[in-house]
Design a protein around this ligand. Structure first.
Ligand SMILES: Nc1ncnc2c1ncn2[C@@H]1O[C@H](COP(=O)(O)OP(=O)(O)OP(=O)(O)O)[C@@H](O)[C@H]1O
Ligand SMILES: [Mg+2]
Length: 266
């Protein structure tokens, strides 16, 4: 299952992506975490030391074809060559960002992510008969940029699920409302909202009401939790600093719910 995580800047995409990735790995899945943000932050959120994180995906892994970008090698070899193994066995691939000011657009970097996603298997269950990294128990988590660009470009057209993270305030919810139709145009099979940083029952009700009004599916909620900020201040993963925190429990429940609806096909 390939899971994209999108939403307005600062809503909690990286926190949720990193925590979900490690929890999925602990439950036995092969997990690939893709940092698709040109301002990359997923490595420290996973617990990877900057010193051991390899180079970003080089643009040479992709060739541009008439029907879109395609990998020039197998996805397994791309993972071996360019992935960095992190805590709980999560393998990180990074899109990387601009190396220099004024170098222009990052089209080729986006294309690497699109091509990798296209070649990773998206099935959500069933027997693992290949033993490779594209086997059916592989979970791919994509930490996306805080802009509609990866939807407008179609970078994430091959995700099976798009999680739209929103805080309980208008501009954040409006962002989700704008992203959802783009996901629908890409025919992404499942699109759901995750409410984050809820401080009260009223916050939860406000998000639920917004989702109902705009025909958005609200999959799960994560409370505001000071442990998340504390982990951030310490520069360490939430899962290591506060494994018993309410935020981790909520992200665990979200992952279980996602697995249940995906395998049920509902
Ligand atoms: N449930 C939560 N409770 C409290 N603070 C949170 C929660 N989730 C995220 N945060 C805080 O919100 C800030 C942004 O989180 P994070 O970096 O995960 O967001 P993001 O959406 O990935 O941001 P960006 O758009 O910059 O990539 C961080 O300071 C983080 O500690
Ligand atoms: Mg982020």
């Amino acid at each position: 299952m390939r899971i994209g995580i999108a939403g307005k800047g600062g809503v909690g995409k990286t926190t949720i992506a990193a925590t979900m990735a490690r929890l999925a790995a602990r439950s036995g899945a092969t997990v690939i975490a893709i940092d698709a943000d040109s301002n990359p932050n997923l490595a420290p959120a996973l617990g990877l030391d900057r010193a051991i994180v390899g180079h970003p995906l080089p643009v040479s892994v992709v060739s541009k074809r008439l029907d879109g970008p395609a990998l020039t090698a197998t996805v397994d070899s791309v993972l071996v060559e360019h992935g960095t193994a992190g805590p709980d066995g999560v393998v990180l691939l990074s899109m990387g960002g601009p190396a220099h000011a004024g170098e222009g657009c990052l089209c080729s970097a986006h294309a690497t992510v699109g091509a990798v996603l296209g070649d990773l298997d998206g099935s959500t269950g069933g027997p693992d008969d290949s033993g490779g990294s594209d086997s059916s128990d592989t979970v791919t988590v994509v930490d996306m940029e805080a802009s509609p660009e990866q939807l407008s470009r179609g970078t994430v057209r091959n995700v099976d699920v798009l999680l739209l993270v929103a805080e309980p305030y208008f501009r954040s919810l409006e962002t989700v409302r704008r992203l959802a139709p783009l996901a629908a145009e890409l025919s992404i099979a499942r699109v759901a909202v995750i409410a984050n940083k809820l401080r009260s029952a009223a916050d939860g009700e406000a998000v639920a009401e917004f989702c109902a009004r705009h025909d958005l599916s609200l999959l799960a909620s994560v409370p505001y939790d000071a442990a998340v900020a504390d982990a951030d201040v310490a520069g360490r993963p939430l899962l290591d600093v506060a494994p018993d925190s309410p935020a981790v429990a909520a992200i665990e429940a979200l992952a279980r719910r996602l697995h249940a609806v995906s395998t049920a096909g509902g």
